[in-house]
Design a protein around this ligand. Structure first.
Ligand code: AKG
Ligand code: FE2
Length: 241
């Protein structure tokens, strides 16, 4: 697919500066949630160099996780890097070992590039994922673990095979809000925000989730039979101390 946005999903806001407009998209998800997408964040050759390094040097594992009372192999490889002294990460009954930034200088270079692109950000942990083929995936979830606080900023850098990243609004919680959602289902008024978005995350792209995105939305990387090469994704996060 040539375009970074998926057909049938919402177009991005236009940004006044025309050169920025080509590069950067800002999607207002409503109610204090937003996504930024920069398709050409890392130049192509640099991105391939980083891909090769990560594929080869990172101590990837495929852990057993526990979801809905069942054990299963996580459907992708993973690794975790964090600064010393942070609250430990635990998800799906699995507590990854925290590797040190000092052991992977390239991760520090990528982190530096991310910090430069996002003024004011100060990430101190990183979850890495490797999708070996289109049958590897990440199920619908939100990164709403307590250790990240109520409004985490999550910066996601992708390398290798292009895969779809989907965002879907969580169902309304109060009966009143649920009735409203039911009434408007299928006939969204013009100009009101959509409750689903999709991006094809290209090699070297940066996607940022902000505000209440983890509280109000879920995201996923679905299986895709046609995706037949490796994709590596890095999500930088801040664990407040
Ligand atoms: O691979 C991706 O783009 C997303 C990964 C993700 O959602 C996660 O690690 O929490
Ligand atoms: Fe996630």
């Amino acid at each position: 697919m040539s375009t970074s946005r998926l057909r049938g999903f919402e177009p991005a806001d236009s940004i006044p500066n025309p050169s920025e407009n080509r590069r950067k998209q800002r999607i207002d998800l409503g109610n204090g949630s937003e996504v930024i997408y920069i398709p050409r964040f890392v130049p192509r050759d640099q991105a391939w160099d980083w891909f090769q390094y990560l594929d080869k040097e990172i101590p990837w594992t495929r852990p057993t996780i526990h979801v809905f009372g069942k054990s299963c192999l996580q459907p992708r490889d993973t690794c975790y890097v964090a600064s010393e002294g942070l609250t430990e990460l635990k998800y799906s009954g699995y507590q990854p070992h925290a590797y040190s930034w000092d052991d992977y200088p390239v991760l520090k270079d990528i982190l530096k590039a991310v910090h430069e692109a996002l003024p004011g950000s100060k990430f101190n942990s990183l979850l890495l994922n490797r999708y070996k083929s289109g049958s590897d995936y990440v199920a619908w979830h939100s990164d709403d673990e307590k250790l990240y606080g109520p409004t985490p900023e999550i910066a996601s850098v992708s390398f290798g095979c292009e895969r779809e990243f989907l965002l879907r609004k969580k169902p309304a919680k109060t009966p009143q809000a649920a009735r409203g959602a039911e009434k408007s289902a299928g006939k969204r008024p013009k100009g009101s925000p959509s409750d689903q978005h999709g991006f094809v995350l290209r090699h070297g792209s940066l996607l940022v989730m902000r505000g209440y995105t983890q509280r109000d939305w879920v995201h996923s990387i679905p299986k895709r039979v046609k995706a037949n090469s490796v994709r590596i994704n890095l999500t930088f996060r801040l664990v407040p101390t």
